[in-house]
Write a protein that binds this ligand. Structure first.
Ligand SMILES: NC(=O)c1ccc[n+]([C@@H]2O[C@H](COP(=O)([O-])OP(=O)(O)OC[C@H]3O[C@@H](n4cnc5c(N)ncnc54)[C@H](OP(=O)(O)O)[C@@H]3O)[C@@H](O)[C@H]2O)c1
Length: 294
């Protein structure tokens, strides 16, 4: 077997490109709609990782011209208070997207709150109405990380139609929507999970292998077909032998890059795409309203 090094899929570059394109699109729409698009990110408690994600999202909003209506609630906030806030954001004409930053403190029912967001303001694409639209192949808000993966494949002109795609992971957040999106793009899709038997035999059938497992460096070179496209959705923090903390994906990048044709790195692969798609979703909802107006 000849040794090769995979082409690195640069998620950061595409995410930046999407954000620059949004600047022009927002200016164009704003002239028609008469106000900027608005996104409300709701955060409860003081989880430092969540705070960093929320601040990243708000900075990205400012950069492209989206108004932020986010609120930070104390940990002891009740379900009723949050429900009331969502209701008022549902009614607020200036708000096109609403997002609840997860995880929430354990006394709160995240799913009930998510269901309360108006489907047309569901910037994360996780409301059952939007998941239903995805299943039916109808236009609608799509979940951000899976939509980001699809845009990366498109940017690198990776053929999907008729290809064998294997998605490892079946979460409602990542695995299931990605599988549905690949199916909609005419791939032959297999979904593997923790009860799948002989996982390496399954993953080795993949022309396109998506890892959404949440286990550091879980996919090794032996599990990958030579020449496959490997998309690593995982984000895991590990401590190295030198005692340093670093982010790694679900794929053992160093070994797999020698066998794959394309590979996403972690960081700067799928991760940066998620925020750009969130902004795109907000602008999509905003544009829908603009169309209703004209
Ligand atoms: N890039 C981004 O912006 C972004 C966004 C979201 C998530 N992520 C990352 O993506 C990863 C997955 O996230 P998630 O929310 O989908 O995680 P999750 O809800 O924990 O789901 C993990 C999935 O992996 C499967 N799995 C676990 N162990 C397995 C094994 N040994 N063999 C095969 N499958 C196995 C599970 O199977 P069962 O269903 O059988 O339990 C489950 O379906 C995490 O690292 C997360 O941090 C990244």
């Amino acid at each position: 077997m000849t040794s090769r090094t995979a082409q690195i899929i640069d998620g950061k570059a595409l995410a930046d490109k999407i954000q620059s394109q949004l600047v022009g699109r927002i200016q164009e729409l704003q002239a028609k709609i008469g106000r900027p698009p608005g996104l409300a990110v709701l955060m409860v408690g003081d989880n430092p990782a969540s705070a960093a994600y929320v601040s990243g999202k708000e900075k990205a909003c400012t950069k492209v011209g989206i108004a932020s209506f986010g609120k930070h609630f104390p940990t002891e906030t009740t379900q009723a208070e949050l429900a009331q806030e969502i209701e008022s954001l549902n009614q607020d004409e200036r708000v096109d997207g609403i997002l609840i930053q997860l995880p929430l403190p354990p006394h709160l029912d995240a799913q009930a709150l998510l269901y309360q967001i108006h489907p047309d303001k569901d910037a994360d694409g996780l409301h059952p109405v939007n998941l239903g639209r995805l299943v039916r192949g109808e236009p609608g808000l799509r979940s951000c990380t899976p939509a980001g993966v699809m845009q990366l494949l498109a940017e690198y002109q990776i053929p999907i139609q008729g290809q064998q795609a294997v998605v490892v992971g079946r979460s409602i957040l990542v695995g299931k929507p990605i599988a549905l999106m690949l199916l909609a793009a005419d791939a032959t899709v297999t979904i593997a999970h923790s009860r799948s038997q002989d996982l390496p035999a399954i993953t080795r059938t993949a022309d396109i292998l998506i890892a959404a497992v949440g286990k550091p460096q879980f996919i090794t070179a032996e599990m990958v077909k030579p020449g496959a496209v490997v998309i690593d959705v995982g984000i895991n923090r590990i401590t190295t032998a030198e005692g340093k903390s670093r982010l790694v994906g679900d794929v053992d990048f160093e070994s797999v890059k020698n066998i794959a044709q394309f590979i996403t790195p972690v960081p700067k692969g799928v991760g940066p795409m998620t925020v750009s798609i969130l902004l795109e979703n907000t602008v999509w909802s905003y544009a829908q309203k603009g169309m209703k107006k004209s």
